[in-house]
Design a protein around this ligand. Structure first.
Ligand code: NAD
Length: 287
């Protein structure tokens, strides 16, 4: 049985995952703004520090798993908090917890992304870059001209940046090389309190209800909790750097031919040139 940190443990998919892990006999250290083992506001640097340290203290220096589910949906006026919680609330905590994850055998991480990453048009590249450079204020400034759609853009960009951060870091010696399996889960519309809030607002509900879901309806919170538990289990020992979409087919509906796509010669050849044959199965060095 392991020790797992779960952010967003008070509601929705984070709560479902935490409940299932506890029922299976694991120790869970829940992090949330209220009703958690470690209460902290992940929208502030002090809150993120308190969350990171609170978990490390409770875990005694070794974490077998981490689930980063705390997040905010796009809503009027929520942009700055989305930028802080959805991106820095994931990567700052993971950076702080990395040594404790490396200290466990085959530790696993599930960071919450979203299918908003691939189904939201016009997300500016510079917004994603600003996040990856650790500058959420710059990310906010870069979407100002979208007006009422700015929270949607910052939401999609925050989740794109989380996915990209996961893929970039997952293969490095500090992560894969330390035995840590780092992956992301990208849900579609799942019937959690987050979606219920959007459905209860006339302006937001129209957009949610008209969004195409080929299988119909909404995803089930408990089933998404099962996906998290699966991605933390031994079955996921060979899963690294994946962004797992569980979205009723929306991503495939919009972009059937965009992924997988053949790797570009520049991507593959540039990398292979740097490798000696004996290095080919070692994790890539930090850029
Ligand atoms: P939820 O609203 O039910 O739960 C989110 C949790 O995050 C809450 O307990 C909330 O208190 C916590 N949280 C929010 N701001 C916080 C802060 N500043 N500090 C600490 N905790 C904070 O949402 P959910 O639907 O279960 O979403 C979980 C994750 O999945 C989120 O990252 C969300 O963006 C993502 N997601 C959700 C959907 C969906 O349809 N529900 C789809 C795609 C991705």
């Amino acid at each position: 049985m392991g020790v797992h940190a779960v952010t967003g443990s008070a509601s929705g998919m984070g709560k479902a995952a935490a409940d299932k892990l506890r029922s299976a006999g694991h120790t869970v250290i829940g992090v949330d703004i209220e009703e958690a083992d470690v209460t902290a506001d992940l929208a502030t640097p002090e809150g993120r520090r308190a969350a990171a340290n609170g978990v490390l203290q409770a875990a005694g220096g070794r974490l077998h798993g981490a689930v980063l589910a705390a997040g905010l949906a796009p809503a009027p006026g929520s942009g700055p908090r989305i930028a802080q919680v959805n991106y820095l609330g994931v990567v700052e905590l993971l950076e702080a917890w990395r040594p404790a994850l490396a200290a466990a055998d085959k530790a696993k991480v599930v960071a919450f992304s979203s299918n908003a990453t691939t189904t939201t048009p016009l997300v500016p590249r510079r917004t994603i870059t600003a996040f990856l450079d650790g500058d959420p204020e710059k990310a906010m400034r870069s979407v100002k001209h979208f007006g009422r759609a700015a929270p949607l853009m910052i939401y999609a960009a925050s989740k794109l940046a989380v996915s990209r951060w996961v893929r970039r870091h997952s293969v490095l010696p500090e992560w894969a090389g330390a035995g840590i399996r780092l992956n992301a889960l990208a849900p579609g519309a799942i019937r959690t309190p987050m979606i219920e809030r959007l459905l209860s607002s006339p302006a937001e509900s129209k957009a949610v209800e008209s969004f195409p879901v080929p299988i119909g309806g909404y995803g089930d919170t408990s089933q998404l909790g099962d996906w998290v538990v699966f991605m933390l289990s031994d079955a996921a020992d060979f899963l690294v750097g994946s962004v797992v979409f569980v979205d009723g087919g929306s991503d495939a509906y919009f972009r059937p031919d965009s992924w997988p796509r053949p790797g570009r010669l520049r991507e593959l050849a540039g990398y292979l040139r740097k490798l000696k044959p004996s290095d080919a199965r070692k994790p890539r060095a930090a850029p």
